[in-house]
Design a protein around this ligand. Structure first.
Ligand code: FES
Length: 159
């Protein structure tokens, strides 16, 4: 095993969670979340370290991480915007929000700004359909968005 990347804080957090799960494998999703919180994304070395901690093959960890869109297998900007474009959000203007982000940030969905500050993605349902349109900014929800509110948010982050 190569040099460890994840901190002692990661391992302490996992030790606290472990008794709550029936098996160590069941810890995989929270472990990936904690690892991503620490490193911003999940490079192959981090997936290998998570695999070693859990006790499974790195390919299994990659399979799981690549299935869920909330795990970043490529570097993302400081602010990761995930705009839901599923049905409820779409009916309430989500495409306009995406278009506004693309124009204002001068990037397309899936891209990161040159200063590495913003990454934009379209997302499937975020489970906030009742307050559509919804977007996640890193791990925080922003709901009932309109272009004006989004614009204010982007301006505050750009400072
Ligand atoms: S459709 Fe957008 S949160 Fe469910």
């Amino acid at each position: 095993m190569a040099k460890k990347i994840l901190s002692q804080k990661f391992y302490d957090e996992m030790s606290k969670l472990e008794p709550r799960y029936p098996t160590k494998v069941a810890l995989l999703l929270p472990a990936l979340h904690a690892a991503q919180d620490e490193t911003g994304w999940l490079p192959p070395e981090v997936l290998e370290e998570v695999a070693e901690y859990i006790g499974i093959h790195p390919a299994q960890v990659r399979e799981v991480a690549s299935f869920y869109t909330m795990y970043n297998l490529k570097p993302v900007g400081k602010y990761h915007l995930k705009v839901c474009t599923n049905v409820a959000c779409s009916l309430r203007g989500a495409e306009g929000l995406v278009a506004h982000c693309e124009k204002k940030l001068d990037i397309k969905c899936g891209e990161t700004t040159k200063d590495r500050k913003f990454t934009l993605h379209e997302e499937e349902c975020l489970g906030a359909c009742g307050t559509a349109p919804a977007m996640m900014l890193n791990n925080d929800y922003h709901e009932n968005l309109d272009v004006q509110a989004l614009d204010r948010l982007l301006d505050s982050l750009a400072k």
